[in-house]
Design a protein around this ligand. Structure first.
Ligand SMILES: Cc1ncc(COP(=O)(O)O)c(C=O)c1O
Length: 423
């Protein structure tokens, strides 16, 4: 029988997208995948329709339509505080997803190492597998502020280390890397001649008066950083699949080559509409952050009322919760119960760890959702009953907002117990 290549045997399908499918199958409210259930700004939809009518229907230049790249450079100037040449530094891709893959393929040789903070956005695992990069994981502690230990980052650097991936604001925790933390990472990059790959797709979704800092804006970092970003989250258009990288010219050349042969280019009319998005007034971004902060507070209240111990995010649009106060200690079993019996779909925490056991006490809920969706979730979660049987770890008490949970106890790898050896 004709089978698949070995490289696709080393990871499974996306758990996040699998949960989305299961939610649809069971009529569950989908709080698994991070996409809005409300429309994108009307002006943007109109711009997309106009672009189609006006004839932007053939291939754009492979590394991006010139006016879109110019608009990206202008926004990088006023928002990120960096000077970027749209001709040499910017490559437009099919979402941040392709941007990350193309960057790894263009910059990391098979067998070279990449430092990744854990928990991590689940795509990074398969991205590393497909590109041949070897991830070295450094834990972010699941406690308020989501700190990491600088010594563990230092210890993760070896002669084979090529790059460090920094996702801020962070999925799944909502951590926003502080300026001192970014300065530490920049210092490490200078000391060991590392490339920084920064995933900044949530740069505008940030709470409690915090501000986004672009690592590339720190002294000397523009020359050693690839920024990965997209329209998806900032403009509520995750289905458009328009992203980009901002990279030093020599690296951009490599990314452009990979990108050309992976996808040729992102949708031309949507790049044209993207010019409208990037021209939105600054007020658009403060309103966006304020809207998501209200949604965060609403969902936090609902989850705490239901008995979860939650960690309040400072950015992005996810809440990571401890399930042990509800008498469960297996994220996958709990997720299935929640989807099938309660009708709400989260993502099992193990999807965000290389050793699934580290995430087994957690689930992640997404909150880019309408008020009506939250009302439905609130009423469905009232059906959730804590389970009284003893758990393998002492249950945490849900604390008042922002609530606090503890890092998961590590145990035997859970991969085997349910056949999900993803990474
Ligand atoms: C951290 C992070 N990076 C990248 C992506 C993918 O973005 P895009 O839709 O632009 O491919 C996501 C989507 O959830 C994400 O959470």
């Amino acid at each position: 029988m004709i089978g698949t290549a070995a490289r696709v045997g080393v990871f499974t399908e996306s758990v996040i997208r699998e949960m989305t499918r299961l939610a649809a199958e069971h009529g569950g409210v989908n709080l698994a995948q991070g996409f809005p259930d409300f429309p994108a700004p009307a002006e943007l939809l109109e711009a997309a329709a106009r672009a189609l009518r006006e004839g932007y229907n053939q291939y754009a230049i492979t590394w991006g339509a010139p006016n879109f790249r110019r608009a990206l450079a202008e926004k990088a100037r006023w928002f990120n505080g960096i000077a970027v040449d749209p001709e040499r530094n910017i490559t437009v891709t099919c979402g941040a997803t392709e941007a990350m893959m193309a960057t790894l393929l263009a910059t990391v040789n098979p067998g070279e190492e990449v430092i990744v903070f854990e928990p991590f956005y689940e795509n990074y695992g398969p991205d590393a597998k497909l590109s041949g990069a070897v991830p070295r994981f450094v834990p972010i502690r699941l406690e308020p502020g989501f700190p990491f230990d600088p010594d563990q980052v230092r210890a993760a650097v070896t002669p084979k280390t090529r790059a460090i991936v920094v996702n801020t604001p962070h999925n799944p925790t909502g951590k926003v890397f502080s300026r001192p933390e970014l300065e530490f990472i920049a210092g490490l990059c200078h000391q060991h001649d590392l490339l920084a790959i920064t995933d900044e797709v949530y740069e505008h979704i940030i709470y409690d008066g915090l501000a986004h800092t672009t690592l590339a804006a720190l002294p000397g970092m523009l020359e050693r950083t690839v920024i990965v970003n997209s329209l998806s989250k900032s403009y509520s258009v995750t289905g458009w699949r328009v992203g980009w990288t901002i990279a030093p010219a020599a690296i951009a050349d490599g990314i452009r080559k990979v990108h050309d042969f992976l996808t040729v280019g992102a949708a031309a009319p949507l790049q044209e509409a993207g010019v409208t998005a990037l021209g939105f007034p600054r007020r658009y971004y403060t309103d966006l952050a304020a809207m998501y902060q209200r949604k965060r507070d609403t969902l936090l209240g609902i989850l705490q009322e239901a008995g979860f111990a939650c960690l309040a995010p400072s950015g992005a649009y996810y809440i990571i919760c401890d399930i042990t106060p509800l008498g469960y200690d297996d994220d996958y079993e709990f997720t299935m119960h929640l989807i099938r019996e309660v009708g709400v779909a989260p993502v099992p925490g193990s999807s965000f760890f290389h050793d699934p056991a580290s995430g087994r006490h957690y689930v992640r809920f997404a909150f880019p959702k309408r008020e009506e969706t939250f009302d439905e979730v609130r009423s469905r979660l009232r059906r959730l009953r804590p389970r009284s049987r003893a758990t393998s770890a002492p249950a945490l008490q849900p604390a008042p907002r922002p609530s606090v949970s503890r890092p998961a106890a590590s145990g035997p790898a859970a991969a085997g117990r349910r056949g999900r050896s993803r990474r």
